[in-house]
Design a protein around this ligand. Structure first.
Ligand SMILES: [Zn+2]
Length: 431
């Protein structure tokens, strides 16, 4: 019988039947993620060890493909799994996917009011016990109990899920008077615990407890009369004072995810909420261009982080190289900045490109200046986007030419590189 690792490896190999390298990889990487056992992740909180094991495979396959060898992980997993707007590749962390899929069940439970599955859960786990946010009987093991327990540990910037879901009161027929957060930021069972303990029907709805009459809001029945302690009387006064301003209407009650965001509910939005304040403010300049192939976007993403295998970067990571000079000009050490900005050969290429774009020759010394140079050009917003794409394509062709010079001992020519950039830019733009 195959081990878990063996099964995962087979799954990944199925996706990468050709010789892998990083440039082909990203196109299929998300397919690999979606091939993971989502069914299990959507029902069970995966143990940290399982998440670590799977992510270890993902990390390895991202940088080395299926080859069973050691290699350099050029960008940390922490950065790779950031959203693109925060400098990452937008690959989800499995722990976040797992949590978001579990949260989806909560959303379904609250919104699929008449669903048979919901009524089944209620008949098994509901009853008169003191469940608050989700019904669960600890004595009944199974998928639902495990799911509720997994959900209880999820935090959104320190907040539990019951603080992220709130209700907008309509006719009050689908909202639990005590257990749902329909008034203020917490449930009434937490706000007025003495009164909650007095009410015999803890699963009553808002419409069971409140009635509108002649513009006034009335509390039904006399369940609160048993409050004779100081706390109980104080809570009763608060309840009458606060709920007298509540107004119900004829529309159906609505559930809202993260009241402040106004984005509705989806697994992607939940994942975003899980990441809030984890990664801090965006601090990167990478601008993804959708008309340029993903492999070129990713090369530029790596160039921007100075995380590509130039000779100097390889030596920094312990690779023993006898010659670290630039293969294009043969003059200086091959750093990332030299390869794309300072190299005499590349300087000639850029001059041709600027002339081709009817722009004055540019002067910059840093990678970030090259990659943001289009923003200074006196052209329209669309023109800037095209210019940005041309710079990205040029970086790609320069990198290929550098690889040819090293591995195939070719003799690089500025005119040929410029011709390749022009034809590739046209081809890509048309596609
Ligand atoms: Zn050079």
């Amino acid at each position: 019988m195959k081990s878990k690792e063996g099964i995962l490896k087979c799954r990944f190999q199925w996706f990468f039947t050709y010789d892998n390298n990083f440039n082909k990889f990203p196109n299929n990487f998300k397919s690999v993620l979606s091939s993971l056992p989502v069914y299990y992740l959507s029902l069970f909180k995966a143990p940290c060890k399982v998440i670590d094991t799977i992510e270890k495979f993902l990390r390895k396959f991202l940088w080395m493909g299926c080859k069973d060898r050691k290699g350099i992980h050029w960008v940390s997993w922490e950065i790779v799994t950031r959203p693109k707007r925060l400098g990452g590749l937008g690959i989800s962390k499995l722990s976040e996917v797992n949590s978001a899929l579990l949260v989806k069940w909560v959303w379904r439970f609250k919104t699929d009011y008449d669903g048979l599955w919901r009524r089944t859960i209620l008949s098994i786990h509901g009853g008169r016990n003191k469940w608050v946010f989700l019904p669960v009987k600890k004595a009944i093991p199974g998928v639902w109990k495990a799911l509720v327990s997994g959900i209880a540990s999820i935090r959104f910037d320190g907040k539990s899920i019951d603080k992220m879901l709130s209700c907008q009161l309509g006719n009050g027929k689908r909202i639990s008077f005590w257990k749902d957060s329909w008034f203020g930021s917490t449930s009434l069972s937490v706000r007025w615990p003495v009164l909650f303990s007095l009410d015999r029907d803890k699963n009553c709805t808002v419409s069971d407890r409140l009635k509108q009459s002649g513009g006034l809001t009335l509390i039904t029945d006399n369940w609160y009369l048993g409050a004779t302690t100081v706390e109980g009387i104080s809570e009763t006064q608060d309840l009458f004072f606060m709920l007298s301003n509540v107004r119900m209407n004829g529309s159906q009650d609505r559930w809202v995810w993260d009241n402040n965001s106004g984005n509705g509910f989806s697994v992607a939005i939940v994942k975003d909420a899980l990441r809030k304040n984890v990664y801090g403010l965006p601090d990167q300049r990478m601008r993804w261009v959708n008309w340029v192939p993903i492999k070129i976007n990713i090369l530029v993403w790596r160039i921007e982080k100075e995380m590509i295998p130039t000779c100097v970067e390889l030596v920094k990571r312990g690779v023993n190289l006898s010659n670290t000079r630039c293969a294009l000009c043969g003059v200086d050490e091959e750093t990332v900045t030299h390869t794309f900005v300072a190299c005499g050969f590349v300087f000639g290429v850029w001059n041709f490109i600027w002339r081709w774009c009817h722009l004055a020759p540019a002067h910059y010394n840093l990678i970030e200046d090259l990659l943001s140079w289009h923003e200074l050009a006196n052209v329209s917003a669309k023109g800037k986007k095209i210019l940005r794409g041309i710079i990205m394509v040029a970086c790609w062709v320069i990198w290929l030419e550098r690889n040819k010079a090293i591995f195939q001992k070719s003799d690089p020519k500025v005119a040929e590189v410029v011709a390749s950039i022009k034809s590739m830019a046209f081809f890509v733009a048309e596609v």
